[in-house]
Design a protein around this ligand. Structure first.
Ligand SMILES: Cc1ncc(COP(=O)(O)O)c(C=O)c1O
Length: 382
């Protein structure tokens, strides 16, 4: 076939880490902390629910989500996020990455007069990729103090063209958590300009690993012009099962539910039933939160006296490291690789954070402990 001249995707971010991976592998004991990929077991109640839901495998599942999963999502939001959102305003998705990647296209079909997607300058790469896949402009919004999205810095000319503003707190990769009243402010900014505010809240259950976190959602500001995006991947270690949901603006949720039916986007039937059970249980989430909190303490203790600091917030299971000694992100990641640790240089998350490195606390605690001892040795702390 003749080579086409059009667009071709850039290297996938994780594929850029092959060099670091080879260095780490040469130590003979690699610990991969480069991806936010849960390493802990599927909660037993979820495994059981999956096994007993096989009767949902033969027929096509509901694209919008079975009533069971939409009701469970509504109950979870009331219990954990203290907002009342009826199941009518909830739709299932096939994990949230596909939703993040496809939303701009679906929004632009509905409102072709606008052509811009606003997203945090330091963020999960799929926000910008969704705009690219839709043929739209991806415009990064600068980060302000504390790694919060500085939506006031958006140029009004870009705002007039914007379909959507993405926000993501607790944030990947920085761990920033929303301050009191922040969601209300961003929503009122969006409403004043007719811009949908979509809040990716997949880390909300890990709002603070340093105490009891205040779990916050954009939905405190009401549903109009707002969408909250939730995933079971991190909360319930269900990343391999691919399920999440959205909730928010009545007209938009209805539109997205319809267009997604046409696109054949359906979470698998047994997986939806397992998600309903997972959303009804908080004990397994507390257990998971305690695991991440322990790993976080372990890693931060190992950094003491090395000149490398976590400069991000208290949420998610990521550390956002900066070397006060001046190494840039790739150099610091190179040194971590000598200790067998694969981590992600900051420039995977945007152009600005070249000095930083993101570490995901997604390795078994015992492996992490061994890696931390090697890390102190390599960084010259012991
Ligand atoms: C900020 C953010 N949003 C969305 C996702 C996608 O999660 P999933 O597709 O597993 O629901 C991730 C995964 O790492 C993420 O970090």
């Amino acid at each position: 076939m003749m080579a086409a001249e059009g667009w071709y995707p850039p290297p996938y971010p994780q594929d850029r880490l092959e060099g670091l991976r080879s260095v780490a592998e040469a130590t003979g004991a690699v610990v991969d902390l480069s991806v936010g990929d849960p390493c802990d077991p599927l909660p037993p109640i979820v495994a059981d629910a999956l096994a007993t839901a096989q009767g949902r495998a033969e027929r096509y599942p509901a694209s919008i989500g079975f009533p069971e999963v939409r009701e469970a999502a509504s109950g979870w939001m009331q219990r954990r996020l203290r907002v009342v959102v009826s199941a009518e305003h909830v739709r299932a998705c096939v994990g949230t990455k596909e939703f993040v990647a496809s939303l701009p296209r679906f929004l632009s079909l509905r409102d072709p007069a606008r052509d811009t997607i606003l997203y945090p300058a330091i963020s999960y790469p799929t926000y910008a990729m969704g705009a690219t896949l839709a043929g739209l402009r991806a415009v990064p919004v600068p980060m302000g103090d504390g790694w919060h999205l500085d939506f006031d810095a958006v140029d009004e000319a870009d705002a007039r063209r914007a379909l959507l503003l993405w926000c993501n707190e607790p944030a990947n990769p920085t761990g920033a958590v929303p301050t009191a009243g922040w969601f209300e402010e961003v929503v009122s900014w969006g409403r004043a300009r007719g811009i949908l505010v979509a809040s990716d809240e997949c880390y909300v259950e890990f709002s603070s690993l340093e105490g009891v976190g205040d779990r916050a959602t954009v939905l405190v500001a009401g549903l109009d012009g707002v969408l909250a995006v939730h995933s079971l991947s991190k909360r319930s270690n269900m990343a391999g099962l691919r399920v999440g949901f959205i909730a928010g603006d009545a007209g938009l949720v209805e539109y997205l539910g319809e267009v997604r039916k046409h696109a054949g986007l359906m979470a698998a039937g047994p997986v939806q039933m397992a998600a309903a059970v997972a959303l009804g249980d908080d004990a397994h989430v507390e257990l998971q939160r305690a695991r991440y909190a322990e790993r976080r303490r372990l890693f931060l203790d190992a950094l003491a006296g090395t000149g490398v600091e976590h400069q991000g917030g208290s949420g998610t299971f990521y550390l956002w490291l900066d070397d006060t000694g001046g190494r840039d992100g790739w150099e610091l990641a190179g040194d971590l690789a000598k200790a067998g640790i694969v981590a992600a240089p900051g420039d995977l998350y945007g152009e600005a954070p070249a000095r930083h490195v993101r570490v995901a606390l997604t390795a078994p605690t015992s492996d992490l402990g061994v890696a931390c001892t090697r890390l102190r040795h390599v960084l010259g702390a012991g």
